[in-house]
Design a protein around this ligand. Sequence first.
Ligand code: GLA
Length: 722
Amino acid sequence: MTKRFLLMAMAACAALALSAKDILVNTPNTSLLLKAEENQPLHISYYGERISDIGQVYYAYSLWDQAYPAFSGGGSNSHALSVKHWDGNMSTELVYIGDTQQSEANSTLYVISMKDKAYDLMVDVCYRAYNNSDVIETWSVIRNQEKKPVTLTKYASGFLPLRRGNAWVTHQHGTWAAEAYVSEEPLQDGIFEVREANGARNAFSSRANIMVSLDGKPRENEGRVVGAVLCWSGPYRFSIDTPDQKVHHLTAGINEVNAAYTLKKGESLTTPPLALAYSAEGMGGVSRSYHRWARLNNKVHNGTALRKILLNSWEGVYFDVSQDGMEKMMDGISDLGGELFVMDDGWFGSKYRRTRDNCALGDWVTDTVKLPRGIPALEKAAADRGLKWGIWIEPEMTNTKSELYEKHPDWIVCHPNRKPVTGRGGTQLILDMSNPEVQDFVFNVVDGLMKETPNTYYMKWDANFDIANFGSHYLTADNQSHLYVAYHLGLQKALERIRAKYPDLVLQCCASGGGRVNYGLMPYFDEFWVSDNTDAQQRLFIQWGTSMFFPACAMAQHVSASPNHQTGRVIPLKFRFDVAMTGRLGMEMKPGDLTEKEQAYAKMAVQTYKEIRPIIQQGNQYRILSPYDKTGYASEMYITDDKSDAVFFAYKFEHYANMFRPRFHFAGLDPDATYRLTELCRNGNPDHWEGHTFTGRFLMQQGVEIALGGQFASKVIRLTRQ
Ligand code: GLA
């Protein structure tokens, strides 16, 4: 190519850049660049580090992809939208017709309006860019203004081209008691997919969140990484298609399989937000952006409030609740300095009493045989001990053995022509949240308890079954395929009513453990139960994975009995506390079963947690040594925004002869500041560094030796800037 030709080509490129409209979507440190031109598809030309001179992008790259591609044939797997129009035409050609920008409290909303060239199908492609965190949400609003109904056979929330290279994808998989395990793999030719279809507990088998590392094998604190999180509680699908030598296409949204969605004339569908984050500081940088976004923008309900230390009754007594037993546990947790007591499952049922897991869901009346003085007496007993009161519910569920099911057999999720398959206890069924009567019922479960015991501070909202019997008595024959979407929109409606009336009620999101850890529900919930597995060793892995996308303030982490009830493993109390302290600390045992020495330790640990709670719950997390790296060690830390105060956690969970002893490096410190190191919750001799000062640079580059004896040794270190 001659130099003259090159200059001409560059000039043409620049002219194009000027004639079309550029929409630069900025967060404090990132930019996404769109190009809109009348009667043309919307294009995306850049996502990465914040830029101000957009000319650079057009001179540098020829990577231009549609921002929200629609299916019209051509063999591509990468489309975000697929529509069967009123006349049966399956192809869609969206072109730009206008756009708006609107400032909001902590963000700017960009709405780019598109229309099919030949049909009155309108699609708004939306981007919300935050000014307090590096997250951009994208979603679409699809409106049918055609003559007759149209059917959406794919309706993703967002689409993003990524430059091909040594790109790796990090995703999560799991099951009950082993949620959020981390997998990473290089992106190869072809299609990579994370697809989920459970219906109600969408975070067990996989999670609606991925990261793509653009600079080779994923690293915690280095390298360019893009994160994508779907804010949805139902089935989802993430796919990354690598169609040619240049690009990976990421498409993410509601899983459209068995979920074709029909819009009548005049109807619209708003897809759930896909939250994108970019960081050049590795996966940790992306995590910190999500944590901040969640805390500051109510993506986790009340995200800036400090969470209280609680005792939950489940692993202590299971279904065997009683006034006396609950009071003993209240005594136990209040002696240790706890702040809240939660009575778990087992407290309700009249005709069918909840003595085990096979009956009474839906019959939310107190079991007066177990609790003759009722719930208000328990709330009072808690208050008398200076504790707040909390209670367990599972409002979306019922059992075949329940008064509710006897009265409303048509309220369950199941096609009228099918006999329902049952879940837990051989009797559990799920209520049909697409039905407004069921939505009212679910609202009334919470409202009824609040009326009976107005000082209730906390509710644990469980969900222990799936959409196993696909079908709805409520939805019309034409709209059966709406169930997955309608269930979750109905659940949101009920939760919105609850939040409007009870904004300060603390709600925990639980689904047999971490089965509902998703940003579709967290705007309504203050926290989630990370896992039914409370084994501290396995929790290191589960919590590590969970923390990649969710902030510590939302992660409920409980110290339980030893041997552990799920794995039988015996782990010292200090290690159990040190692992549980990296989120919202709680306990899940009979405190009275601890020895006197253990009780003294627990009391000191609870007191220490209160002191460091703001740093952990509201600070910035740096994951450092991953338990997945199979060294037998793990470490992570939390630091305040001003970098003046930090807490570091080091764990050793294996032990063998000639095991290597790492120097533990710190992260996120001010390199030029000096920090004093003090061990917290110490139960042995002080290390060399105890009470000494180091520069942030030394601690990050050189690190310190931390004496960790045998298996299940751990240390917690406070760093205070001098
Ligand atoms: C689920 C929850 C547990 C407990 C039980 C009660 O399994 O995850 O924490 O609440 O239900 O039945």
